[in-house]
Ligand binder design. Structure first.
Ligand SMILES: Cc1ncc(C[n+]2csc(CCOP(=O)(O)OP(=O)(O)O)c2C)c(N)n1
Ligand SMILES: [Mg+2]
Length: 569
């Protein structure tokens, strides 16, 4: 049967199981928006800025494991998506980004709102299409969703000229894709698996470092099984948080720049590092020459491009993490590492996470602990970027995969609010808390209007320190407290929320923390708490930039230590 391009887009979305999309209209999208009401199965959420649409699709995708969909008009609408697409690319998030394009006869004429968005996003998409023919739309959609969600997931762009939406063509949604050049590795090579199993069986001080690949692969159960069978302690990357329950006896938290002291000590002492679904980001390795210096390394990853990219490894295993761990489980011996685990527990005692020290001011660490207690660790927690993000990673105890949603690779301030919105839309049954910074929050604050219009009941905790705190911390530690361009004024967030029709309270004292959290949770609808936190609190431990992980520093030291004098590149 013949359908218009706009109808084919909607039919294709439905065929892919899409029931919600985040978008913002414009001239070239009018044929699409004119058609959308024929398809009430698709909920369209109108954001206030296209960056919000991309981050919302991202948060939705991370919270559900499904492909997130966002849409923007040509020109400025499309360019407003760019940060969100880059964010999804760096964190391997499945997304399909749809952009309108000027009609075909105008392409290449510098027409009004014409921009080459597929060119702009080429390095930050897994794949992209310019749909020049209505008859090809269905095939393009089929492929785009397949590419976005399979293998190492990522964003796929489809740019669609206005007249392609207006023309008609036969519609048949393909039931399979044919992409001969696109190969997805499955189980790892048996020889490599055997070699790895031998090393694991022989290791005295084995350590697992797990990343977001475990979550993407849905391999949390397999990871737990493996760790328990061979009694191997587990640390994670920032984006690996939640892939292994942090209240498990074998969990030693997050490693890297703001990782726990004991995770970084474990990295220093291990004789066999088993890196699973992680990519040795510089924030987790520190100085490469000082990374896991005594260890052989096994690297399990789906993407062969990650093998040996940053760190030389002894045994690479390219394959889907879940399949590899299942195969590994069969050939591994049960073992115990009593001495090693005792040593790690000793590290934990020597280098605890400092949190609730007595302070007249309000400490973000304390608030996050209270949020954990109040939600029983059962919320989806989304963050902005900065100190509050690191404190959340350190002090909330995550039990489940997909419960910590944060911008890792790109470190995008402004990610939090729209991503939390997307997470709540995808998982309405879950409590979703946004823990944001006053700087990050102001970058996409306009999405409060979307929360209000669509009654998206997220709870917002703004850690209001009056600073671009993480940058101020670097100025404090490495630039002689020369606080330039980091003191930050902000509007009264409670009043702003109120103006958008959202309830909120301001909290200045410790005694008010718990009641405010209770009030937020009891409130039917979105709610904001403006926590006026200690302005100059720093995140510790910290591995200074350029240093090895083992050189982490803990409490604010009065004396200037060697690393503080080091000149930073
Ligand atoms: C879009 C963007 N611009 C700049 C930065 C650099 N940056 C990283 S953290 C940070 C400060 C964040 O301030 P805030 O959101 O208030 O969080 P805090 O560190 O105070 O908790 C800045 C400016 C960034 N990560 N993203
Ligand atoms: Mg701040």
């Amino acid at each position: 049967m013949k359908k218009t391009g706009a109808q084919i887009i909607c039919e294709s979305l439905i065929a892919e199981g899409v029931d919600v999309m985040f978008g913002f209209p414009g001239g070239v999208l009018l044929p699409f928006y004119d058609t959308l009401p024929q398809y009430p199965q698709i909920r369209h959420i109108l954001v206030r800025h296209e960056q919000g649409a991309a981050h919302a699709a991202d948060g939705y995708a991370r919270a559900t494991g499904k492909v997130g969909v966002c849409m923007a008009t040509s020109g400025p609408g499309a360019t407003n998506l760019v940060t969100g697409i880059a964010n999804a690319y760096l964190d391997s998030v499945p997304m399909v980004a749809l952009t309108g394009q000027v009609a075909r006869p105008f392409i290449g004429k510098d027409a009004f709102q014409e921009i080459d968005i597929s060119g702009i996003t080429l390095p930050i998409t897994k794949h992209s299409y310019v749909a020049m023919d209505t008859g090809a739309l269905a095939k393009i959609f089929k492929e785009a969703f397949y590419i976005a969600r399979t293998g190492r997931p990522g964003p796929v762009l489809i740019d669609i000229p206005k007249d392609v939406m207006q023309d008609s063509a036969e519609f048949n949604y393909p039931d399979r894709v044919s992409l001969p050049g696109y190969k997805i590795p499955t189980s790892g090579h048996p020889t490599q698996l055997k070699l790895a199993a031998k090393l694991i069986n022989e290791a005295k001080r084995p350590l697992i470092i797990a990343g977001r690949g475990v979550i993407i692969s849905g391999a949390s159960a397999e990871l737990k099984q493996l760790a328990e069978k061979s009694q191997i302690p587990v640390i994670t990357t920032l984006l690996g948080i939640g892939c292994f329950p942090e209240n498990h006896v074998l969990s030693y938290g997050m490693a890297g720049m703001h990782g726990t002291g004991y995770a970084n000590k474990a990295l220093e002492e291990t004789d066999l590092l088993i890196a699973i679904g992680m990519r040795f980001d510089d924030r987790v390795t520190g100085k490469i020459s000082g990374f896991a210096p005594k260890a052989k390394i096994i690297h399990i990853d789906l993407d062969p491009a990650e093998i040996g990219k940053n760190v030389n490894v002894d045994i690479p295993i390219v394959g889907d993490v879940k399949a590899v761990l299942q195969a590994m489980h069969k050939i591994l011996e049960s073992s115990r590492h009593i001495e090693w685990i005792r040593q790690l527990d000793e590290f934990r005692k020597l280098h605890p996470l400092t949190d609730v020290r007595e302070s007249s001011g309000l400490l973000p660490q304390y608030i996050i602990r209270k949020l954990y207690e109040a939600t029983n660790g059962d919320a989806i927690v989304v963050t902005g970027v900065g100190q509050h993000q690191m404190w959340t990673a350190q002090h909330y105890i995550f039990h489940e995969p997909d419960s910590f949603i944060s911008s890792g690779g790109l470190g995008t301030m402004g990610f939090g609010l729209p991503a939390a919105m997307g997470a709540k839309v995808g998982r309405p049954e879950k409590a979703v808390w946004l823990i944001d910074g006053d700087g990050s929050f102001q970058m996409t604050i306009q999405e409060l209007a979307t929360l209000a219009q669509d009654n998206i009941a997220i709870k917002i905790a703004v850690m209001n320190n009056g600073y671009l705190g993480m940058v101020r911390q670097w100025q404090d530690l490495f630039y002689k407290k020369n606080y330039v361009a980091t003191p930050l004024s902000c509007p009264d967030f409670v009043k702003v929320a109120e103006a958008y029709g959202i309830a909120g309270v301001k909290v200045t004292r410790r005694e008010e923390v718990e009641p405010a959290i209770e009030q937020a949770m009891a409130h039917d609808g979105p709610f904001l708490i403006n926590f006026m936190v200690e302005p100059e609190e720093n995140v510790f431990p910290m591995v200074p930039p350029g240093a090895s992980n083992i050189e982490f520093i803990e409490e604010p030291k009065k004396e200037v230590t060697a690393w503080q004098r080091r000149s930073i590149p």
